[in-house]
Design a protein around this ligand. Structure first.
Ligand code: R5P
Length: 266
């Protein structure tokens, strides 16, 4: 592996645990001012010391992250749709294109780029092509590509479908794959020849989110790429610390919950 690629992957995944706590705050690229991210800079400032990597868009990076901040950046480079686009077309969200050039990603000194794929939707082919194009550019410039296995509105987050998305992403050359946790998750890990990280999904009770992170890591995930279950919590700093304890120190759910519960008055 090229030095640049290895160096960037080594910044995303902590060398001691070979895992990552990636903080995802890229939701605005299609959801607009997501709850908790209206003032994105204020939200992430206390969280950054506890994150290994920050996933966001080009505009958010420029506006809200001081260039002196020493955190690896996972830059979202696909988009072009919104939550209200073509409301009566079920797969409208899948109609993404590449939204940032590799040249600009390199200028922003990112550690990785993220592309969503929408398998089983009307625009499956173009999103897989987006991924392949970015992988070619990533290989050329030493930049890892994260495939986000986004789930279309009609798709169920179950093993058969997610395993397909993850294997396909890795076979197309993604260096990291992001997916959702599901029953039988270990089978996804077995069959995906790339590190897999999990998204948290919609906000759920904090203890359940910690259980989700634990189960994923216990079954082979290389960490999390988690957003709403951290920044929408009433105790976001404690949540990211607790997730970090699970990911990097193999903390139990009980131990991790012990870091959060007092702050929630639970
Ligand atoms: C979704 O398209 C975005 O890439 C989010 O970053 C992703 O869903 C992870 O965030 P959350 O943990 O809030 O699901």
């Amino acid at each position: 592996m090229d030095w640049g690629m290895a160096n960037r992957l080594g910044r995303i995944f902590r060398p001691d645990s070979k895992r990552t706590v990636m903080l995802a705050v890229d939701h605005g690229y299609f959801l607009g001012p997501t709850s908790g991210l209206e003032k994105l800079g204020d939200t992430i400032a206390p969280l950054l010391p506890h994150a290994d990597c920050l996933m966001l868009t080009r505009g958010a990076l420029r506006q809200w992250v001081p260039p002196t901040t020493n955190i690896p950046i996972m830059l979202r480079v696909s988009g072009g749709t919104s939550i209200v686009s073509n409301d009566n077309e079920t797969s409208a969200l899948s109609n993404e294109s590449l939204s940032v050039s590799m040249e600009d990603a390199l200028r922003l000194n990112v550690s990785g780029v993220a592309v969503s794929i929408f398998v089983g939707t009307e625009h499956e082919r173009q999103t897989l092509d987006n991924l392949s194009q970015m992988v070619d550019l990533g290989e050329r410039h030493g930049v890892p590509v994260l495939a986000v296995t986004a789930v279309g509105r009609d798709m169920v987050r179950e093993l058969r479908y997610l395993a397909l998305c993850c294997r396909l992403s890795a076979e197309l050359g993604a260096h990291i794959v992001k997916t959702y946790y599901c029953d039988g998750f270990e089978k996804i890990i077995e069959a995906t020849p790339a590190p897999v990280v999990i998204a948290g999904g919609k906000k759920i009770p904090e203890r359940d989110a910690l259980q989700l992170a634990f189960d994923a890591v216990d079954r082979g995930a290389a960490g999390v790429d988690m957003g709403r279950n951290i920044f929408q919590s009433a105790a976001p700093v404690q949540m990211i610390q607790a997730v970090g304890a699970i990911v990097h120190q193999n903390a139990t759910v009980e131990d991790a919950w012990g870091l959060v519960a007092p702050a929630l008055g639970a």
